[in-house]
Design a protein. Structure first.
Length: 753
């Protein structure tokens, strides 16, 4: 039972997911409620995801929910876009306006002229898809991410190369966790561009790795920054940002040439080993060392440690996607765990299917058809932007390609876009090249934004703003790998509605034949494969599929549990893990991994590097903020009040910059202000800063100081990989840094929020 339950308090058992903490995690929590108000939220020690732990953002949830600036009513714009003049309207009025305007667009330009934009994996995506398909538009996407460069390159590469998604096994598939008899502790985990101390990415609670390390797992960390976990690692590979592809190929070179790979697994279960062996000869450690700046002996040492540890796993993060040709880099990393025989084994890379195959949102075209029914004729599906150009978008992905959407907004090619529904995406704060997005979105005739607070995107672009609900106000199901959870509403905040309700109501208005009559019916339908309905799941809280179930680990490839034809093997055309990709070959791409330099770098653009001599990596997360969120939460903001630039003291001093000075950081694309922070844990040729900054303490009419602090102005768009997945240059552009004459007027000083 939870601690400290007081008289008259109701305690609600639920799961975190947006909005509130923001993240991709699904922590078990107890919410204490008195007189209808949330008193506190604490971690549930029995929940196998977090075992009682919570992050600072979850602990600050009360400040978030009852923030005085929280939107409590739908708003209709009455002034010009950007003037910040609004009229409060009722929900019915807002729905009526939206229905009328969107129907007009559908009649005049076709449903495909309306785009449905989400940000990262919040509890928004599935609902948006339901709305978009019920309206009839195939253009559902994650906005602003050039190269679809978050998670999608990894997801798509894994499906193409090994037929399934894998995650490092940290015992998360069992209630007993580390004590479960089938679990084996990994001997080594390669932590590749992921920062477990700050981020829980993509349904994986990163502190599990730390739990394993406490039990004896050795870590190899691939990170340009000396992070907390790098300081605890057996080996830290401090690479030049954006050179991950070369490093992966160098490690493969050592493992293959020294014969450290798992010969039995390679012979039996992989396709194209000889071709891979030949390709990696182009990447000997001394050459890779020159490219990556990692000493040759460290590359060799890391390859040996990884390959001789059994089991071993890789926990990777978004920098892998964001390398030039990100999908190819993903393939090279997949080959590392494949040739060492670490897939589908305890303590290695576990094949993760949603518990009982209940989707968090439909993860494939088949699931879309299965769960949402034939709501869209095939000729409409074919209009999805990107399918003509990118075979991977057509065959392996279910969203529109983000760069092509931006282009379409500006050029009306392949057809005009006229409206946008934006939910869970503060685009002007987090998109690459936000000024271009600003111009492009402003060309649209009608924009709805669903959010919890006013921010640069709502103020600059919305015609209607709808106030969304937090996780504490939401009922639902949550399945992101494991376990399968029930979410339960604990409180109500008058005026706000959850995305699922908003989207469900409008989905019905646009498609009266929708197969579900209520959300509860939809939940029950989604849950059917688990044998439970929503009420039964709520009673239990969460469930795991039993051992032997096709969605439970391990060694499923041997048992014929992965392929539709029931044969042993992996879910790929050859039934094997494709070191040489037959899909890539069919599409006319190089079927083997290779290294591509970043779009801008000292080597690819030496002339540019003369004027912009430093490498800038952006967006290393802070545990206090989720992207552009939480800058208005005092208890969090006061711990990191100003946007800082991490810079080596030698570099700073050579530029006449003192610790704490305000500086401009500038690329050929734009500039922003930062406060210099001396940091020894970074290469003197590299600087690093957090993205997502806007200043809620400043005037809305000035877009909250956005253009002074948004680092994404420095980042070019349309730097996507050849296959449309990966790239984006968020982690490796060129910049110069110089002192700013002035700081930022009116920026947060503890008392100003
Ligand atoms: N608190 C918090 N948690 C979050 C988020 C958040 O905003 N705040 N965002 C969520 C989202 S959407 C995502 S995608 C994930 C992202 O989280 P992660 O996948 O962990 O990625 P980052 O934090 O961007 O970077 C991880 C590490 O990679 C290093 N790095 C930087 N450039 C490179 C490079 O070129 N190569 C390599 N190998 N490493 C590099 C950084 O120094 C950092 O330590 O986090 C999720 N969780
Ligand atoms: N420079 C740089 N830029 C980056 C990155 C980087 O590493 N460097 N990382 C990129 C990555 S990986 C990603 S995924 C994107 C993420 O970018 P986004 O996911 O778009 O994140 P935000 O810009 O914070 O926008 C989220 C908005 O959703 C609102 N919100 C939160 N929860 C809910 C909810 O439940 N419902 C609704 N309706 N609204 C909600 C918040 O208030 C906020 O305004 O940023 C990218 N931008
Ligand atoms: Mo992301």
């Amino acid at each position: 039972m939870p601690n400290g339950a007081k008289d008259n308090e109701k305690i609600v058992k639920t799961i975190t997911w947006s909005a509130g903490p923001g993240c991709h995690g699904g922590c078990g929590v107890f919410i204490h409620v008195k007189d209808g108000k949330l008193q506190k939220m604490e971690g549930n020690p029995d929940h196998p995801y977090n075992n009682g732990r919570l992050c600072p953002r979850a602990l600050a949830i009360k400040d978030y929910i009852y923030h005085p600036d929280r939107l409590r009513s739908p708003l209709k714009r009455v002034g010009k876009r950007g003037e910040n003049k609004w009229e409060k309207v009722s929900w019915d009025e807002a729905y009526d306006i939206i229905e009328k305007r969107m129907n007009e667009l559908r009649q005049k330009y076709g449903a495909e002229s309306m785009i449905f934009i989400q940000g990262t994996g919040r509890n928004v995506g599935g609902w948006l898809l339901l709305l978009s398909y019920s309206y009839g538009s195939p253009n559902w996407l994650q906005g602003g991410l050039t190269g679809n460069s978050c998670f999608h390159p990894r997801l798509v590469s894994m499906r193409i190369t090994q037929g399934d998604y894998t995650v490092p096994d940290c015992s998360q598939f069992f209630q007993e966790r580390y004590d479960h008899p089938e679990f084996v502790l990994p001997q080594c985990t390669l932590i590749w561009g992921q920062n477990p101390a700050a981020t829980c990415n993509d349904g994986f609670m990163a502190p599990w790795i730390i739990d394993c390390m406490k039990r004896g797992t050795k870590a190899i960390v691939v990170d340009p920054i000396y992070t907390w976990v790098a300081s605890k690692a057996a080996i830290w590979l401090q690479l030049r940002p954006g050179t991950d592809g070369a490093l992966a190929l160098g490690l493969l070179n050592v493992i293959i040439n020294e014969g450290l790979y798992d010969k039995e697994f390679v012979n039996k279960w992989t396709h194209g080993f000889d071709q891979l062996k030949e390709r990696v000869q182009e990447y000997p450690p001394h050459k890779v060392s020159q490219i990556t700046w990692v000493p040759e002996e460290k590359i060799i040492e890391a390859a040996r440690l990884f390959a001789t540890s059994h089991p071993a796993s890789v926990q990777w993060g978004v920098p892998v996607d964001m390398a030039a040709e990100g999908a190819i880099v993903c393939n090279a990393v997949i080959h590392l765990w494949t040739i060492t025989g670490n897939i589908d084994v305890p303590g290695g890379m576990a094949i993760a299917r949603m518990a009982y195959d209940v989707p968090p949102y439909p993860m494939s075209q088949e699931a879309i058809a299965e769960y949402y029914g034939d709501v869209m004729p095939p000729e409409q599906m074919r209009k999805r932007i990107g399918v003509d150009v990118y075979p991977m978008v057509k065959e392996f992905h279910w969203r529109a390609q983000a760069d092509m959407i931006l282009k379409a907004m500006l050029t009306d090619e392949p057809y005009p876009l006229k409206g946008a529904w934006i939910a869970g995406n503060n685009m002007l704060a987090s998109a690459a090249n936000p000024r271009k997005y600003y111009e492009a979105l402003n060309r649209l005739e009608f924009i709805v934004v669903v959010d919890l607070f006013m921010n640069p995107t709502t103020v600059a672009l919305a015609d209607i703003v709808l106030p969304a609900a937090t996780m504490a106000e939401r009922t639902g199901i949550r399945a992101w790998w494991t376990p399968l959870n029930a979410m339960q509403q604990a409180i109500e905040v008058p005026g706000c509605k959850p995305d699922e309700e908003i989207c469900f109501e409008l989905a019905h208005r646009f498609n009266p034949n929708l197969k579900w009559k209520s959300l509860r019916q939809l939940f029950d339908d989604f849950l059917r494969p688990s044998g439970l309905n929503y009420d039964q799941l709520k009673e239990k809280g969460w469930v795991f599929p039993p051992q032997g179930h096709p969605t439970a680990p391990y060694r499923r490839h041997e048992k014929g549990l992965l392929r539709k034809d029931g044969k042993p093997g992996f879910n790929t055309p050859t039934g094997k893990i494709e070191l040489y990709s037959t899909h890539f070959e069919r599409w006319g791409y190089d079927p083997l991994p290779y290294y591509a330099e970043p779009h801008w770098s000292p080597y690819s653009t030496p002339d540019l590097a003369k004027e912009y001599p430093l490498i800038l990596s952006t967006g290393r997360r802070s545990v206090l903020f989720f992207h552009a969120e939480h800058r208005n939460i005092k208890s969090l903001r006061e711990l990191e009040p100003h946007p800082v630039l991490e810079i080596h003291p030698d570099t700073a001093q050579s530029l006449g910059i003192q610790d704490g000075d305000w500086v401009w950081v500038e690329s050929p694309n734009g500039r922003c202000k930062r406060k210099a922070k001396y940091f020894h844990g970074i290469d003197p040729r590299v600087v690093q800063t957090l993205h997502g900054w806007w200043l809620p303490e400043k005037r809305a009419e000035d877009l909250f100081g956005l253009w002074e602090v948004n680092v994404n102005q420095l980042i070019p768009d349309e730097t996507q990989a050849q296959c449309g997945f990966g790239g984006g240059q968020y982690k490796s552009i060129l910049c110069k840094v110089y002192r700013a004459e002035e700081g930022i007027e009116g920026i947060y000083q503890k008392e100003s929020l």
